[in-house]
Design a protein around this ligand. Structure first.
Ligand code: FMN
Length: 281
């Protein structure tokens, strides 16, 4: 990979967002608010957890919330694997390489795209399996999987717990599939750690509504650098206030220079999906 250094290949996820600064503005930032909305607007990824266990009652509740998520065409094409085996957690930590995954703190769940169950149902009924290998089926199952994961995130945060998604498990999808013993027509989409936060990071600023929202038409940027100048400054200020990381990159700099260089962004995903019988046509 010409021009890419080892440093560039490090995961792009940020390892440590420890910062003591919390906003002192307690007024609601939206015209309408309630507990759910306040929780969602206060979202921030947590990457350090205490050893306090998440109670079994909470875990059951989170799994129930995920189970009740909306699902494409009522096909329910995801499975959640809870990791309680320390050796398996260590193996997933080795794939991810991230300290919060290698650590034993927090509950780790793997959200698996799952067309296998429906393949079994169809096979038993003598129905054709070809539709399961279509890209369409893959996308629908992917939608189901992430919607379930995000519902779990919202529920966990509403209970005062911290969460971190783990796209880093995609650094080596074959090793993940082996470790979890995943059958054909499944794929490990994302991991999620839920736990008691051992840090209080600041909320990371998002692109303005005017950029990410269109009304009846796509909101095309005319001059991205100029239009995102204020946002770039905001992101630089956010990085500037963090006490453990000297990075002060702007958003446009990150997108122009880092996108696509992380290990999980370069793993042979499509090849492995095909090996799993997915997204073939
Ligand atoms: C699908 C997905 C995968 C992610 N994967 C990782 C990951 O592997 N490791 C990590 O530390 N953070 C991961 N994140 C968290 C993002 O880095 C984080 O959401 C983003 O930087 C914005 O920060 P915030 O969530 O604190 O607002 C992931 C987020 C999403 C939505």
């Amino acid at each position: 990979m010409p021009g890419i250094t080892l440093g560039d290949l490090a995961p792009l996820w940020e390892e440590s967002d420890t910062i003591a600064v919390m906003t002192t503005d307690t007024s609601d930032p939206t015209p309408v608010s309630n507990e759910t909305i306040r929780t969602q607007l206060a979202h921030r990824t947590i990457r350090a957890f205490t050893d306090e266990p998440v109670s079994e009652d909470i875990i059951t509740t989170l799994l129930e919330v995920a189970r009740h998520s909306a699902t494409t065409a009522f096909q329910q094409q995801f499975t959640i694997i809870r990791i309680t085996d320390p050796d398996l957690r260590a193996e997933i930590g080795a794939v991810s390489t991230q300290p919060h995954v290698k650590s034993t703190a927090g509950e780790l769940f793997i959200f698996v795209l799952d067309l296998h169950r429906n393949a079994q149902i169809r096979e038993q009924a003598g129905a054709d399996l070809a539709p399961l290998s279509r890209m369409n089926a893959y996308v629908h199952a992917h939608d189901d999987t992430l919607i379930a994961a995000q519902n779990m995130v919202v529920a966990a945060e509403s209970l005062g717990l911290g969460t971190v998604y783990l796209g880093s498990i995609n650094a080596d999808p074959r090793r993940m599939i082996r470790a979890l013993g995943l059958p054909k027509y499944t794929y490990p989409i994302v991991g999620l750690i839920v736990g008691h936060a051992a840090q209080t990071p600041q909320c990371k600023p998002r692109l303005p509504l005017s950029v990410t929202t269109g009304v009846n038409a796509y909101p095309e940027l005319v001059d991205p650098a100029a239009q995102l100048e204020d946002y770039d400054r905001e992101v630089q200020e956010y990085y500037g206030t963090r006490d453990t990381n000297t990075r002060v990159d702007s958003f446009t700099h990150i997108i122009a220079n880092n996108l696509g260089k992380g290990v999980a962004e370069q793993s042979p995903m499509l090849e492995v999906m095909h090996e799993q019988g997915l997204a073939l046509q």
